[in-house]
Write a protein that binds this ligand. Structure first.
Ligand code: ZN
Length: 229
Protein backbone atom coordinates (compact mmCIF):
# COMPACT_ATOMS: atom_id res chain seq x y z
CA UNK A 1 0.00 0.00 0.00
CA UNK A 2 2.98 2.28 0.51
CA UNK A 3 4.12 1.65 -3.05
CA UNK A 4 7.36 -0.11 -2.16
CA UNK A 5 6.42 -3.29 -3.99
CA UNK A 6 4.04 -2.48 -6.81
CA UNK A 7 3.25 -5.10 -9.42
CA UNK A 8 4.05 -8.75 -8.86
CA UNK A 9 7.76 -8.41 -8.06
CA UNK A 10 9.72 -8.26 -4.82
CA UNK A 11 10.20 -10.83 -2.10
CA UNK A 12 10.70 -11.19 1.64
CA UNK A 13 12.37 -13.98 3.53
CA UNK A 14 13.08 -15.08 7.08
CA UNK A 15 15.41 -17.66 8.56
CA UNK A 16 13.84 -20.89 9.80
CA UNK A 17 14.69 -21.17 13.53
CA UNK A 18 17.34 -23.82 14.34
CA UNK A 19 17.96 -24.48 10.65
CA UNK A 20 20.10 -23.13 7.81
CA UNK A 21 17.00 -22.89 5.61
CA UNK A 22 14.79 -19.88 4.96
CA UNK A 23 11.17 -19.20 4.16
CA UNK A 24 10.66 -17.01 1.12
CA UNK A 25 7.80 -15.52 -0.85
CA UNK A 26 7.76 -17.61 -4.00
CA UNK A 27 6.58 -17.02 -7.55
CA UNK A 28 3.90 -19.08 -9.23
CA UNK A 29 0.65 -19.38 -11.12
CA UNK A 30 -1.52 -17.70 -8.45
CA UNK A 31 0.84 -14.89 -7.47
CA UNK A 32 -0.45 -11.33 -7.13
CA UNK A 33 2.57 -9.56 -5.64
CA UNK A 34 4.13 -9.11 -2.22
CA UNK A 35 1.09 -7.34 -0.86
CA UNK A 36 -1.23 -10.24 -1.56
CA UNK A 37 1.09 -13.12 -0.74
CA UNK A 38 -0.68 -16.07 0.86
CA UNK A 39 0.71 -18.87 3.01
CA UNK A 40 0.40 -21.18 -0.01
CA UNK A 41 2.95 -19.05 -1.87
CA UNK A 42 5.76 -19.41 0.66
CA UNK A 43 8.54 -21.94 0.10
CA UNK A 44 11.21 -23.26 2.43
CA UNK A 45 14.53 -23.22 0.57
CA UNK A 46 18.05 -24.38 1.40
CA UNK A 47 21.06 -22.04 1.75
CA UNK A 48 21.69 -22.79 -1.94
CA UNK A 49 18.23 -21.67 -2.99
CA UNK A 50 16.83 -25.15 -3.63
CA UNK A 51 13.30 -26.05 -2.52
CA UNK A 52 13.35 -27.83 0.86
CA UNK A 53 9.62 -27.96 1.55
CA UNK A 54 6.33 -26.45 0.46
CA UNK A 55 6.76 -27.57 -3.16
CA UNK A 56 3.63 -27.18 -5.26
CA UNK A 57 2.95 -27.40 -8.97
CA UNK A 58 4.35 -24.31 -10.68
CA UNK A 59 5.65 -22.67 -7.48
CA UNK A 60 9.31 -21.73 -7.59
CA UNK A 61 11.77 -19.58 -5.62
CA UNK A 62 12.28 -16.08 -7.06
CA UNK A 63 15.15 -15.80 -9.54
CA UNK A 64 16.78 -13.44 -7.05
CA UNK A 65 16.66 -15.91 -4.16
CA UNK A 66 20.46 -15.44 -4.06
CA UNK A 67 20.02 -11.97 -2.57
CA UNK A 68 18.61 -13.72 0.46
CA UNK A 69 20.82 -16.81 0.63
CA UNK A 70 24.04 -14.84 0.26
CA UNK A 71 23.13 -12.08 2.71
CA UNK A 72 22.32 -14.75 5.32
CA UNK A 73 25.57 -16.54 4.52
CA UNK A 74 27.52 -13.33 5.07
CA UNK A 75 25.59 -11.99 8.04
CA UNK A 76 24.82 -14.17 11.07
CA UNK A 77 22.97 -11.27 12.66
CA UNK A 78 20.40 -10.99 9.86
CA UNK A 79 17.14 -12.91 10.36
CA UNK A 80 14.97 -11.31 7.69
CA UNK A 81 15.61 -9.79 4.25
CA UNK A 82 13.30 -7.59 2.19
CA UNK A 83 13.99 -6.99 -1.51
CA UNK A 84 11.67 -4.57 -3.31
CA UNK A 85 11.84 -1.92 -6.05
CA UNK A 86 10.51 1.40 -4.66
CA UNK A 87 10.42 3.80 -7.65
CA UNK A 88 11.55 6.91 -5.76
CA UNK A 89 14.62 5.19 -4.33
CA UNK A 90 15.47 3.85 -7.78
CA UNK A 91 15.36 7.42 -9.16
CA UNK A 92 18.12 8.42 -6.72
CA UNK A 93 20.27 5.45 -7.73
CA UNK A 94 20.16 6.39 -11.41
CA UNK A 95 20.67 10.15 -11.13
CA UNK A 96 23.60 10.25 -8.75
CA UNK A 97 21.62 12.73 -6.65
CA UNK A 98 22.59 12.08 -3.03
CA UNK A 99 20.06 11.44 -0.29
CA UNK A 100 20.52 14.13 2.35
CA UNK A 101 19.73 14.00 6.07
CA UNK A 102 16.92 16.56 5.91
CA UNK A 103 14.75 15.37 8.82
CA UNK A 104 15.09 13.45 12.02
CA UNK A 105 12.86 14.63 14.81
CA UNK A 106 9.74 12.74 13.74
CA UNK A 107 11.52 9.71 12.32
CA UNK A 108 14.90 9.17 14.00
CA UNK A 109 15.19 5.64 12.64
CA UNK A 110 15.26 6.97 9.06
CA UNK A 111 17.89 9.54 10.01
CA UNK A 112 19.88 6.79 11.69
CA UNK A 113 19.92 4.74 8.47
CA UNK A 114 21.12 7.83 6.62
CA UNK A 115 23.86 8.66 9.12
CA UNK A 116 25.13 5.08 9.17
CA UNK A 117 25.68 5.34 5.42
CA UNK A 118 23.65 3.64 2.70
CA UNK A 119 25.81 1.78 0.17
CA UNK A 120 24.79 1.37 -3.48
CA UNK A 121 25.34 -1.82 -5.46
CA UNK A 122 26.36 -0.45 -8.85
CA UNK A 123 25.20 -3.21 -11.19
CA UNK A 124 21.59 -3.24 -12.43
CA UNK A 125 21.30 -6.93 -13.28
CA UNK A 126 19.02 -9.48 -11.64
CA UNK A 127 20.83 -11.13 -8.74
CA UNK A 128 20.28 -14.52 -10.33
CA UNK A 129 23.29 -16.54 -9.18
CA UNK A 130 25.30 -17.04 -5.97
CA UNK A 131 28.26 -14.94 -7.17
CA UNK A 132 26.06 -11.89 -7.78
CA UNK A 133 24.42 -12.48 -4.39
CA UNK A 134 27.86 -12.63 -2.81
CA UNK A 135 28.83 -9.34 -4.48
CA UNK A 136 25.63 -7.67 -3.29
CA UNK A 137 26.21 -8.92 0.27
CA UNK A 138 29.75 -7.51 0.08
CA UNK A 139 28.35 -4.12 -0.93
CA UNK A 140 25.85 -4.27 1.94
CA UNK A 141 28.77 -5.03 4.27
CA UNK A 142 27.77 -4.45 7.88
CA UNK A 143 24.97 -1.99 7.03
CA UNK A 144 21.25 -2.58 7.41
CA UNK A 145 20.14 -1.47 3.95
CA UNK A 146 21.56 -1.23 0.47
CA UNK A 147 20.37 0.57 -2.65
CA UNK A 148 20.72 -1.19 -5.99
CA UNK A 149 21.39 0.99 -9.02
CA UNK A 150 18.51 1.02 -11.50
CA UNK A 151 16.84 -1.77 -9.58
CA UNK A 152 15.69 -1.43 -5.97
CA UNK A 153 16.68 -2.00 -2.38
CA UNK A 154 17.66 -4.76 0.01
CA UNK A 155 16.83 -4.22 3.68
CA UNK A 156 17.73 -6.45 6.61
CA UNK A 157 16.67 -6.90 10.20
CA UNK A 158 16.70 -9.17 13.21
CA UNK A 159 12.94 -9.64 12.65
CA UNK A 160 10.61 -9.43 9.65
CA UNK A 161 9.16 -6.28 11.17
CA UNK A 162 12.53 -4.57 11.56
CA UNK A 163 13.58 -5.38 7.98
CA UNK A 164 10.24 -4.14 6.62
CA UNK A 165 10.39 -0.94 8.70
CA UNK A 166 13.90 -0.23 7.41
CA UNK A 167 12.65 -0.64 3.85
CA UNK A 168 9.84 1.79 4.67
CA UNK A 169 12.30 4.26 6.26
CA UNK A 170 14.59 4.17 3.23
CA UNK A 171 11.61 4.84 0.99
CA UNK A 172 10.53 7.73 3.24
CA UNK A 173 14.02 9.24 3.04
CA UNK A 174 13.87 9.10 -0.74
CA UNK A 175 10.30 10.43 -0.91
CA UNK A 176 11.13 13.42 1.30
CA UNK A 177 14.37 14.19 -0.54
CA UNK A 178 12.57 13.95 -3.87
CA UNK A 179 9.78 16.28 -2.81
CA UNK A 180 12.24 18.73 -1.25
CA UNK A 181 14.13 18.90 -4.54
CA UNK A 182 10.90 19.62 -6.40
CA UNK A 183 10.31 22.59 -4.11
CA UNK A 184 13.83 23.96 -4.01
CA UNK A 185 17.34 23.30 -2.80
CA UNK A 186 17.16 20.97 0.22
CA UNK A 187 19.55 21.74 3.05
CA UNK A 188 20.70 19.01 5.44
CA UNK A 189 19.86 19.58 9.09
CA UNK A 190 22.73 21.25 10.93
CA UNK A 191 25.88 19.47 12.09
CA UNK A 192 24.98 20.48 15.63
CA UNK A 193 21.57 18.80 15.37
CA UNK A 194 23.05 15.71 13.69
CA UNK A 195 25.51 15.47 16.61
CA UNK A 196 22.60 15.68 19.04
CA UNK A 197 20.77 12.88 17.21
CA UNK A 198 23.94 10.78 17.05
CA UNK A 199 24.31 11.00 20.82
CA UNK A 200 20.66 10.04 21.32
CA UNK A 201 20.67 7.23 18.75
CA UNK A 202 23.76 5.51 20.10
CA UNK A 203 26.54 3.80 18.21
CA UNK A 204 26.10 2.80 14.55
CA UNK A 205 24.37 -0.54 14.15
CA UNK A 206 22.49 -0.32 17.43
CA UNK A 207 18.98 -1.64 16.75
CA UNK A 208 15.90 0.53 16.78
CA UNK A 209 14.20 0.19 20.16
CA UNK A 210 11.81 -2.76 20.38
CA UNK A 211 9.01 -0.52 21.65
CA UNK A 212 9.32 1.79 18.68
CA UNK A 213 9.49 -1.12 16.23
CA UNK A 214 6.37 -2.68 17.75
CA UNK A 215 4.46 0.61 17.77
CA UNK A 216 5.36 1.38 14.17
CA UNK A 217 4.45 -2.14 13.11
CA UNK A 218 1.08 -1.87 14.90
CA UNK A 219 0.47 1.39 13.07
CA UNK A 220 1.10 -0.18 9.66
CA UNK A 221 -0.98 -3.27 10.47
CA UNK A 222 -3.91 -1.13 11.49
CA UNK A 223 -3.59 1.42 8.70
CA UNK A 224 -3.51 -1.35 6.10
CA UNK A 225 -6.45 -3.13 7.70
CA UNK A 226 -4.40 -6.27 8.37
CA UNK A 227 -5.01 -6.02 12.13
CA UNK A 228 -8.07 -4.58 13.85
CA UNK A 229 -8.26 -1.49 15.99
ZN1 ZN B 1 14.83 -7.21 -7.86
Amino acid sequence: MLGLASGNTGHLSVRVPDSDNLLIRARGPAEAGVRYTTVDEILEVTPDGEIASGAKEGLYPPQEVFIHTEVYRARNDVVSVVHVHPPTVVLFTVTGVPLLPIFGAYDPSALKLMLEGIPTYERSVLISNPQLGHDLAATLGAKHVCMMRGHGITATGTTIEEAALRAISLNELAEMNYRARLLGDPQPISDEDIATFNRALGEPGKPISANRTEAMWRYYLRSTGIAGG
